[in-house]
Design a protein around this ligand. Sequence first.
Ligand code: HEC
Length: 140
Amino acid sequence: MSADWPPKARLTALAIVLGLLQSAVFGQSIGSADAAQRGQQLLLQRQESGCVLCHRIPGLPVGGDIGPSLHGLAERADVQVVRERLVDPRRFNPMTIMPAYFSLEGLTNVAWAYQGKTVLSEQALDDILAYLMKPQGPRQ
Ligand code: HEC
């Protein structure tokens, strides 16, 4: 930064540098507040994820009973195991009714528009994971 910049320009430059640093550090990483927020939105969109059709999830006003409640998940489960389950729950239970959200293996009768695509993008998967694995505090 040049010494003869007016003070206001120096402050602006400093703010930009700090902003860039902040997004580099907290940007897309798992566990960032942004990722968790995007994850919450995805969880609430029944079309995209469908999770709330089968699960009750902390902090969400709607939820189903077909699958287990996900309350307390962040405290009891390992993030890699939960990720693997979302990628393909058949690895844990071959007869599961939960969809494989990030796998193309063994799918039949896939509608033309969805062929070759996973249900969720990797980014969406990580965002959902960020929300699910965020410590939730007292049960709501
Ligand atoms: C059609 C119903 C259904 C949908 C949709 C569904 N699940 Fe599941 N889920 C289940 C069932 C049933 C289980 C119990 C284990 C099994 O049978 O595979 C389960 C298990 C789980 C578990 C393990 C729970 C534990 O106590 O360890 C997690 C985590 C999970 N689901 C997350 C999700 C997320 C996140 C989504 C959306 C991206 C989702 N599920 C969508 C039915 C569903």
